[in-house]
Design a protein around this ligand. Structure first.
Ligand SMILES: Nc1ncnc2c1ncn2[C@@H]1O[C@H](COP(=O)(O)OP(=O)(O)O)[C@@H](O)[C@H]1O
Ligand SMILES: [Mg+2]
Length: 510
């Protein structure tokens, strides 16, 4: 198993991670406090600035704080040298006034069934800790109408929907017109199949109504019970009490994409069979729900970022429906951890620890620099021990075939060429390469002059062949000017006359 040891994480001593509140007399707490005092006194001796642990409070229902993912992540969070985690006991949360709750500098707190969100809000007001998940936004997350309103305001794609609000005392006075194969809500028509969701987000009794052409009836979804998540009902007419959202049914491939953010720049995604299918939950041999790997597209990553920021929930789960080539958000759940993924536990703890350090290290006078990628050594667990993970292969590749060289060769004897040879130091090695525009221009000038002279004298003192000179002129005049690397002149001195025709090195070539 991998032991992540990123910068700022400490391996010395046991993880500081305890359950307690101010008056808690538990041993773990005392040990931790004593350690802190020793640290503090040591610091005074050496005259360095006082340092104290950054307290990260976990305030949620016990079912959540004692869950496996939470335990795994908190264990990893404790490896940060300057972070101590304190779990607020459930009976303290429920029964003690907030001024008796443990102190903390950073608060990870979230609502779930039975959680006193109002108290958590007053605690945050009283102590003003850094909030990993905003608390006030958690009221909105409990109401699907608010969730959809926020999604719409942020320009995030969601299914077309309408809200049917019912006064519990006058359930008949509402803007609903029902047909065999459609409903009209506030004047907006939804053909079957459509989805009916209770406005309360905690209520998972979502119904999907089938069209007559598909046999009618409806699929009633509910919170998973054992191996079932929905059941078919022959009932085709919609519910007549309670307030609902009606929305168009998005035709997916039969899976829901579950996304889990940890801050705006990180999202884990996995797919699960939609409960809307036949309601039979897919489970593996260990009894865990089957998950399919998912790669989010760039657009979906942007959606994850927007959801995380719009709802101010660093740790945030939501559902995506991939349909018609788009992805639609149909549910935002707020605080939610991925289950059974070591990689996620590692990543999540590291990101949360880094957020805490980045935000709080300055006021604690803790020297802290944002860890760089280079320090993030990619060691991964494998079946044969831990080893470095291959993250990418970078190759610079070129094709093997190239445009053939275009060469012309000619022998030159005119003194003007010899002068050029001398001028640019050709006699030092017997070879000369001319590439600069000015030099190539000189060769062209000589060629033009020789051709002009050839035109005048027919007795021909010029030994260079006219046709060769014309070819040379044509090549040098190509493109209208000299630039780039597409032409060069090579001159080779031949002290012993005639070159061997087979050798490329002799004579003058272009
Ligand atoms: N508009 C829709 N089109 C198709 N399927 C949907 C739609 N809305 C919800 N579903 C299905 O119903 C399930 C439950 O709906 P969701 O809004 O996620 O409610 P819950 O709060 O119960 O999770 C989703 O996981 C998805 O499979
Ligand atoms: Mg959902």
């Amino acid at each position: 198993m991998s032991e992540p040891n990123s910068p700022g994480e400490s391996r010395r001593g046991a993880p500081r991670f305890f359950v307690g509140c101010e008056d808690d007399e538990s041993e773990v707490l005392e040990d931790s406090m004593r350690t802190d005092m020793e640290l503090y006194e040591d610091d005074e001796d050496t005259d360095s600035p006082p340092e104290r642990q950054i307290m990260v409070g976990i305030c949620c229902m016990m079912k959540k704080s004692k869950s496996k993912p939470m335990t795994q992540i908190l264990e990893r969070l404790c490896r940060f040298e300057y972070i101590t985690v304190v779990i607020f006991p459930e009976d303290v949360i429920l029964n003690e006034p907030v001024d008796k709750w443990p102190l903390c500098d950073c608060l990870i707190s979230f609502h779930s069934k039975g959680f006193p969100l109002d108290k958590a809000v007053s605690y945050a007001k009283l102590r003003n800790p850094l909030l990993i998940n905003d608390l006030n936004m958690q009221y909105y997350i409990q109401d699907r109408r608010e969730v959809y309103r926020i999604l719409q305001e942020e320009g995030i794609d969601l299914p077309r929907y309408a809200v049917l609000n019912r006064d519990p005392d006058k359930p008949d006075e509402c803007n609903l017109v029902e047909g065999e194969d459609h409903v009209e809500v506030n004047g907006e028509i939804f053909q079957k199949p459509f989805v009916e969701k209770p406005v309360c987000a905690e209520d998972h009794n979502v119904y999907i109504y089938y069209p007559t052409s598909a046999g009618g009836g409806s699929q009633r979804l509910f919170r998973k019970i054992g191996s079932r998540s929905s059941v078919y009902s022959p009932e085709s007419s919609v519910r007549k009490t309670g307030s609902y959202i009606y929305e168009e049914f998005m035709p997916t491939d039969g899976t829901d994409v579950k996304v889990y953010t940890v801050g705006p720049d990180y999202a884990h995604a996995e797919a699960r069979k939609s409960p809307a299918l036949d309601g039979k939950v897919e489970r593996d041999s260990e009894g865990k729900e089957v998950r399919y790997p998912v790669m989010l597209s760039a657009m979906e990553k942007l959606v994850a970022r927007k959801v995380c920021l719009a709802f101010k929930q660093t740790v945030c789960g939501f559902d995506l429906l991939r349909a018609n080539g788009h992805s639609y958000v149909c549910d935002v759940n707020g605080f939610s951890f991925v289950k059974n993924s070591m990689k996620y536990y590692d990543d999540c703890a590291k990101i949360l620890g880094n957020i805490v350090m980045r935000e709080l290290a300055p006021q604690f006078q803790i020297p802290w620099s944002i860890p760089t990628e280079a320090e993030d050594i990619p060691i991964v667990p494998t079946t044969s021990g831990t080893m470095m993970e291959l993250r990418c292969v970078i190759a610079v590749i070129r094709h093997g075939d190239r445009t053939p060289k275009q060469k012309m060769k000619m022998e030159v004897r005119n003194p003007m060429f010899f002068d050029l040879f001398e001028k640019y130091g050709g006699y030092k090695t017997g070879k000369l390469k001319l590439k600069k525009p000015k030099q190539l221009q000189e060769v062209l000038d000589i060629t033009r002059q020789l051709l002009a002279e050839l035109g005048q004298h027919n007795d021909c003192e010029i030994e260079e062949k006219k046709s060769k000179l014309e070819q040379l002129k044509t090549v040098l005049e190509m493109y209208g000017h000299f630039s780039g690397i597409n032409r060069k002149v090579q001159l080779t001195y031949l002290p012993h006359g005639q070159p061997k025709t087979s050798s490329e090195e002799e004579g003058m070539s272009i």
